[in-house]
Each structure stands twice: as structure tokens, then as C-alpha cells.
Write a protein that binds this ligand. Structure first.
Ligand code: SF4
Length: 591
């Protein structure tokens, strides 16, 4: 392992304004101007009429954009063109501020932009660390000096990060404001920190970065109310102080995700991740074949992956793995075998998976191999057939978050470039009469459910060190669409006391561990309940009761939870008390 200082000694934490490339600043100005020229006061009357028409459509007849468009056409903007959703939201807010309209969640739901963004109940805020190297030497990995390793300057989130000078405070505040400006609640924030290998940044930088993200979450409301002017005014004195403030903040952190390499997961790193408040770890696995890992110069073997996952899982972290088909040396058939190992090998069995087919980028070693005729990107047919073969094999406890990385097509020198691969694979599955049973493909999304439609289903599976119970509330056989998932809980029971991380973390030595509780529904602000939405049907409590029963029956007397900082109040209200790095509650025998 290489000393992290090597990567950070040459690194700037925040770019000064004059270091941000001109094209990025100009693009940002143009975007701002286009947003700022609309004055809601001038358009309140026609938009009021539009909102009334939107409200008049019965729920069972509302069909998103198809219902909205005819209404907008009847009230053209200044006699020509249509009002955008951003225009509608700006006017809606003004009408409320002026007392001309009562807040109505139904209106917001129908005019909200990009409804998929918070569909899983949480606003995902993605931020990038500052440009720096990485201990890895992977032959496929792009190396753009403007970005942290593996990212390219014109990927969607990268431009935003560069515009903000990679400042964690500005990035976090900007994303929260952006969500709220398009009609989403950002009261529950999942913070995703991207950029090369997190563990290779200096400890000092990592702590500062997360502290500043928390400062932004803690003060977003005050900035919007113009109670503070500068980021310095709201700076906390320490990470611990920033976290403590977040426990009762308006914008609470309900999940914190970093990405790193398996060979950087050590006992020391596990403790530090918890100290930072991390709840989920993205691990670049890429392949479970030692020969492929070597040929692609990954710098670690499969044993390192197993070891890392064992430490992380027994410490309660959620495991989000990356798999990269079409690496150098792989074939579609060898990739089918490779994918099967993710679930056949008890030490792997991920909670979440990103499938990033290898993209051929200029100036990489892989590009040279391709020029020499030694590497062959899969054709579209080969890739779609491969993914359509593997998707139906995914178990109920895994969520496939992505099927393709959003690298702009002009960077991909050969091979598949389509960003809608997920839909193409889905169409192929429909054509075959097959289905994917992963969590994402079964999420309840916007559908309303009655509690009596839901049944509890428990999937139990073994890993090398634990017995995992995946508890999910799904629509039952009597429902129109059986098998849809409304909420789930991951319960992890160590096979024996002191396995994996339990060996050096006394606090959880022999606890039953809740690794995740998730109930679906759009991210609703506290108090803004939506009748019928699963987030407010008490599913979380019922899942926890069921987890307690399973744990008691297995002989456990204590339950712990890897609580994100902003969920501490939620768990405290349910009998958990704060320990050093986790929250705990005793499992009293049933009276
Ligand atoms: S470990 Fe990740 S970021 Fe580092 S070189 Fe390999 S792929 Fe790139």
C-alpha cells in the first residue's frame, strides 16, 4: 500500500476562481441567465389558471407529461411557447408567498421536475473530491488532469464540481438548492462522494471534506432565508460538532457513501469510515477472476475483495460493488461465468451493483492494446445479450443501480456508446419473456398502496461470516402488480461473536446489526405526509419489529444499527441509544 500523502501533497483542496476553466464559467453564466430572466410576478395570473386545471384532473386520469402538455398549450407563455416546469414551480411558490394559494402536495407532485430523482425517498447529493492521483494503475482508467482519477471533465457531475472549484461546501449547498428549486424536498440527503480512491486522500483532507459537506447541509436553510451571507459564517469548529448539528438540522444526512479500492480496507480504515459517518461503501471489484485482474493491472486479487467485504459487512456497511464486463482478456462467455461468482461466492453477495461495461478511452494502455489488435470491444448485440442473460439471475436482495456509465460518447473510441442501454436491455428481456427480479426493477415508485396489499417476505442467505436476512414488504398475490417492493430492511447476524470487524470493534462484538432500512416514496418533508405513500404507513417500524423477532429467535440479546448522522433522532425515538460509532438497543425477551 502506498502512503496517501503521495497523492495529496500535490493536490489543491479548492480551485481559486481564476483557476476554473473559462468554458465552465461561461457555460454556468449562460445557464444562470436563462433561469434569472423569468419573473414569476408577471406570470402569476396565467399560471394560477394552469395550476387550477392541473388540480382538476382526477388522480386516476393523471398521466404525467401527457396530461400536463394539453393544459400548458391552452395557456401559452406570452402568446407563444410553453411554460416550463421551472416556471410553474417559481410561480407556485410566489402565489403561496403572496397568500394567493394554499400549499398543495398534489400540485407539487404533478409539476415537479425529474420525478425519478427522489423517487426512492431520498435526495441524492453527489459531490466530487479534488483532482488527485490514485494508487491504482488500471489499464482502462482515464487520466484527466482536471479531474480526480477515472473521471472526465465533461461527465455530468464533473462540470458542476469544477465550476464550484471542488469546494465541498459549495457543491453540497448547490445541489440542495438545485433539488429544491425544481420542486423536490432535500430534507433527507444521501451524500455520495465520488473521486478516485477515497482512502488514498490524506486523513486531514477527508475529515475536512466531510465536515464542510455537513456545514452546507446544516446551513442550507439559513442561506435560503438570507440569515447568513458567507460559507465562513457557518463553519463548524470540528467534524464532531458539524455532525452533532445535523442531528436536528432541516437537511439531514440519511446516508453517506464513498468509493474506494478493496486493498485499502483495513481495520483502521473501517473505524475511520464510521467516525466520518459513512454508511455505504462503493468498491471497485471489476472482476472476480485473478487472471483478468492481473492482465488489467488492478493491483489486487480476489482474496483482497473477499477480505474487504468481510470487514465491511461485519461492520454493518452497505456494500455497493462495481462490475466491469469486457475487460482486457474477457469474452462474453467468461463474463457470464464471472458474473455468476458475485452470487455463488458467499463472500461476495452484494447489496447493490453497478455494471459499467469497459469503455475504450484514448491515451490509456487499453487503447494501445486496441490499436495493436489485442483488445476487442463487444458489439452492441454481444453486450445486450450478455446483460439480458445475467439480469434475471440477480437475487431479490440486490439492487442494480446502473447499467452503463455516463461517459460522453465522443470520448469512447470504439464499442458501445449508447446511454439508454438499460432500456434496450429491458426491451430484450420483454422480447424473451424474461424479468429481472432485482430491487430496482421491483420498486413501487409512484404507485399508491394500501397496507392490506402488502405482505412481509424474508430472504435468508449465508455469507462467509454472517447470516443475512433481507426483509421486504411486497405487494401480495391479490394486488394488480404482485411482487412490487414498498420497503426493506437488511439484518446481518454474525455467525459467531468476534468475526471480521467484530474482532476489533467491541461495541458490536456480538450484536444483531441493522445495515439498512428503506421505505419508498418521494422524499417528503417532515410533516408533508401523502396519504397512501409507503413512507408514512409505518413500514419502517414493522420491519424493525420483524428484525427484532428474528434476532431474538437466533439468540441475540442486543441489536445495533449503522445509523447515518441525520437518522439518529429517528432511532432514538425507537429505543436506540448512541454508542461510540453505532446506536444500540437491548433485545428484551417478549413478555
Ligand atoms: S483504482 Fe479506480 S480510479 Fe484508480 S486507477 Fe483503478 S479504476 Fe482508476
Amino acid at each position: 500500500m502506498v502512503d496517501s500523502m503521495v497523492y495529496c501533497s500535490i493536490m489543491k483542496r479548492i480551485l481559486a476562481q481564476d483557476e476554473i476553466p473559462d468554458d465552465i464559467i461561461q457555460k454556468s453564466r449562460r445557464w444562470q441567465q436563462s433561469r434569472n430572466t423569468f419573473d414569476p410576478a408577471e406570470h402569476s395570473a396565467p399560471v394560477y389558471a394552469i395550476l387550477q386545471e392541473i388540480l382538476a384532473v382526477p388522480e386516476d386520469e393523471w398521466n404525467g407529461q401527457s396530461s400536463l402538455r394539453p393544459i400548458l398549450t391552452r395557456f401559452p407563455k406570452e402568446g407563444k411557447g410553453l411554460y416550463s416546469k421551472a416556471n410553474l414551480i417559481a410561480c407556485y411558490r410566489r402565489l403561496i408567498a403572496e397568500g394567493d394559494l394554499e400549499p398543495d402536495p398534489l400540485i407539487m407532485r404533478r409539476i415537479r421536475m425529474k420525478p425519478m430523482r427522489t423517487q426512492s425517498g431520498v435526495a441524492p447529493v453527489t459531490v466530487l473530491t479534488a483532482p488527485a492521483g490514485c494508487p491504482g494503475k488500471c489499464i482502462f482508467c482515464p487520466d484527466d488532469w482536471r479531474m480526480p482519477k477515472s473521471y472526465i471533465y465533461d461527465e455530468p457531475g464533473c462540470q458542476r464540481a469544477e465550476r464550484d472549484g471542488f469546494d465541498p461546501f459549495r457543491q453540497t449547498l448547490g445541489r440542495i438548492r438545485s433539488f429544491e428549486s425544481i420542486g423536490h424536498s432535500a430534507n433527507k440527503v444521501e451524500l455520495l462522494i465520488l473521486g478516485g480512491t477515497w482512502s488514498a486522500y490524506s486523513r486531514n483532507y477527508r475529515e475536512w471534506f466531510i465536515q464542510r459537506c455537513f456545514d452546507a447541509m446544516n446551513s442550507a436553510g439559513a442561506f435560503d432565508a438570507a440569515m447568513v451571507d458567507t460559507a465562513e459564517e457557518v463553519a463548524s469548529a470540528s467534524l464532531a460538532e458539524a455532525q452533532q448539528r445535523n442531528v436536528e438540522a432541516q437537511h439531514r444526512n440519511v446516508g453517506l457513501v464513498i468509493e474506494t479500492r478493496p486493498d485499502w480496507i483495513t481495520p483502521d480504515e473501517i473505524r475511520h469510515l464510521r467516525r466520518l459517518g459513512v454508511t455505504k461503501v462503493q468498491i471497485g471489484v471489476q472482476s472476480l477472476d485473478d487472471e483478468i485482474l492481473t492482465r488489467n493491472k488492478r493491483g489486487h486479487d480476489v482474496a483482497a475483495v473477499r477480505h474487504a467485504l468481510g470487514l465491511l459487512r461485519t461492520a454493518g456497511f452497505k456494500l455497493h460493488l462495481h462490475w466491469m464486463p469486457n475487460l482486457y482478456g474477457a469474452t462474453p462467455d467468461s463474463d457470464r461465468e464471472d458474473f455468476a461468482r458475485f452470487f455463488d461466492d458467499p463472500a461476495i453477495r452484494p447489496d447493490e451493483l453497478k455494471i459499467y461495461p469497459c469503455s475504450l478511452i484514448a491515451d490509456t494502455e487499453l487503447y494501445t492494446l486496441w490499436q495493436e489488435g489485442a483488445y476487442h470491444p463487444y458489439t452492441q448485440d454481444e453486450l445486450v445479450a450478455l446483460l439480458a442473460d445475467v439480469k434475471p439471475t440477480i437475487p431479490a436482495y440486490t439492487r442494480v443501480n446502473r447499467l452503463f456509465r455516463d461517459i460522453p460518447a465522443h470520448h469512447i473510441q470504439a464499442g458501445v456508446t449508447m446511454s439508454n442501454l438499460r432500456e434496450v436491455v429491458h426491451d430484450e428481456l420483454v422480447r424473451r419473456g424474461a424479468r429481472c427480479g432485482c430491487i430496482r426493477c421491483r420498486e413501487i415508485k409512484w404507485r399508491r398502496v394500501r397496507p392490506d396489499e402488502l405482505t412481509l417476505r424474508v430472504t435468508t442467505y449465508a455469507t462467509d461470516l454472517t447470516t443475512e436476512h433481507f426483509l421486504e414488504y411486497v405487494t401480495g398475490p391479490q394486488s394488480e402488480e404482485p411482487g412490487l417492493i414498498a420497503g426493506f430492511l437488511r439484518l446481518s447476524l454474525p455467525r459467531e461473536p468476534g468475526v471480521g470487524s467484530r474482532r476489533f470493534m467491541d461495541e458490536i462484538h456480538n450484536s444483531a446489526m441493522i445495515r439498512e432500512v428503506h421505505v419508498y416514496g418521494p422524499a417528503l418533508a417532515v410533516g408533508a405526509e401523502r396519504p397512501g405513500a409507503p413512507q408514512h404507513a409505518g413500514l419502517g417500524e414493522q420491519l424493525m419489529d420483524a428484525a427484532r423477532e428474528i434476532s431474538r429467535a437466533a439468540g441475540f440479546t442486543r441489536m445495533s444499527v449503522i445509523a447515518a448522522t441525520g437518522t439518529r433522532a429517528y432511532y432514538a425515538a425507537r429505543g436506540f441509544t448512541l454508542g461510540d460509532l453505532y446506536m444500540h438497543s437491548d433485545l428484551l425477551p417478549r413478555a
